[in-house]
Design a protein around this ligand. Structure first.
Ligand SMILES: Cc1ncc(COP(=O)(O)O)c(C=O)c1O
Length: 359
């Protein structure tokens, strides 16, 4: 049996998606209409925050959120290097300076200690990334006294204590890219916050820096979540908690079948309800293991082998960064199959393949 890395499918939801998309086409309203307004309201209620602002993708969400927080050109923004490139790209886009900090070996998330080591008098914001569906310890980061922007692109559905990821910091950003835990049917993103001021600024920035399309108060973006994507998200949002439960059941099945005897699974941050966007483990010869798993029909992939601070486009900001744990995780992480539709039998095949391939 071939076991894919992303074992999720929207096929069961197709009739309801078709119906929702047809409703939008029939309405003739495609930009900033009732579907976006309703989704923003529903997602804010789901997360337990006051505001949600739908935007075109998770990268724009980060740039707009940084500016809405008041980050100015030349300001430093502390973030992990072990993340998708977009986290740092957005900071550079707004003229800020990404300062890369290290992460914890067991969780792959930043900690108060790793962030503190990167702070300077020029730091204006901290951007923890909830990597692979884990949740960085945001309450501890907030104690450092700077605004915290959660990058929740990979962790919709995750929790920390009794709060949802995306409701922990001063502002948070989501991506609804099709492979994400809450997907749409193309590109989409959102910004969430309890701050009236940040929300109002983000709304203006997503619409060319204007409130009324007459006066343009600042140079912004054309970055709206569109009506078709919002309608699809309204069909899929009610499924998110069930999907997250299915992902957690798969993680528990990996554990039950003894995966930890062959590889070292990353662990959830203390108090976190992990959303398992990816199921990541560590292995000293991760790429060799991936090749062996491939021979058994099991897909596996190492993420961020060249972390952001070593990307050519970030040379200006990353040169000289000393991030030993990031380097170790970049070399040794391996994502194993995960998704909302992975059978216990398929999990068994992955564990068996790891048993024969990890020695
Ligand atoms: C951690 C992280 N931040 C930001 C993004 C950017 O999201 P988008 O692809 O919607 O622009 C991604 C997407 O992969 C991501 O994984």
């Amino acid at each position: 049996m071939a076991v894919p890395l992303f074992a999720s499918s929207l096929e069961p939801y197709r009739p309801r998606l078709d119906e929702a998309l047809a409703r939008v086409v029939k309405s003739g309203s495609f930009i900033l209409g009732p579907e976006v307004a309703a989704f923003e309201q529903e997602f804010a209620v789901y997360l337990g925050v006051r505001h949600c602002v739908g935007v075109a993708n998770g990268t724009d969400a980060l740039a707009i959120a940084l500016r809405s927080l008041g980050v100015q050109p030349g300001d430093e923004v502390v973030m992990p290097s072990l993340t998708f490139f977009a986290t740092a790209e957005a900071a550079v886009d707004v003229g800020a300076v990404p300062v890369f900090c290290d992460v914890d070996l067991e969780t792959a998330c930043v900690t108060a200690e790793t962030v503190r080591a990167a702070l300077t008098p020029k730091t204006k914001a901290i951007v923890p990334v909830h990597l692979f569906g884990n949740v960085a310890p945001v309450p501890e980061l907030r104690e450092l006294g700077l605004p915290v922007l959660e990058d929740v692109a990979q962790a919709a559905g995750a929790t920390l204590g009794d709060r949802k990821a995306g409701a922990l910091g001063d502002v948070a950003t989501f991506s609804f890219f099709p492979s994400k835990n809450l997907p749409c049917l193309g590109d989409g993103g959102a910004i969430t916050t309890d701050s009236d001021e940040v929300a109002e600024h983000a709304r203006r920035l997503r619409f060319h820096g204007s409130r009324d399309k007459v006066t343009f108060e600042e140079v912004g973006y054309n970055s709206r979540l569109d009506e078709l994507q919002a309608a699809a998200l309204r069909v899929l949002l009610p499924e998110l908690d069930g999907w997250t439960d299915a992902r957690r059941a798969t993680a528990a099945e990996y554990e039950r079948r003894g995966l930890g005897e062959h590889v070292t699974p990353l662990r959830a941050v203390e108090g976190a309800g992990h959303a398992y966007h990816l199921y990541a483990v560590r292995h000293p010869r991760a790429d060799e293991l991936a090749a062996r798993l491939g021979e058994h029909g099991v897909a596996a992939r190492g993420y961020y082998r060249a972390p952001v601070h070593r990307q050519p486009a970030m040379e200006r900001f990353g040169a000289g960064a000393d991030l030993p744990v990031t380097e170790e995780l970049a070399a040794t992480n391996l994502a194993l199959p995960m998704g909302t539709q992975l059978s216990a039998e398929a999990v068994g095949e992955v564990v068996d393949a790891c048993a024969s391939g990890s020695t």
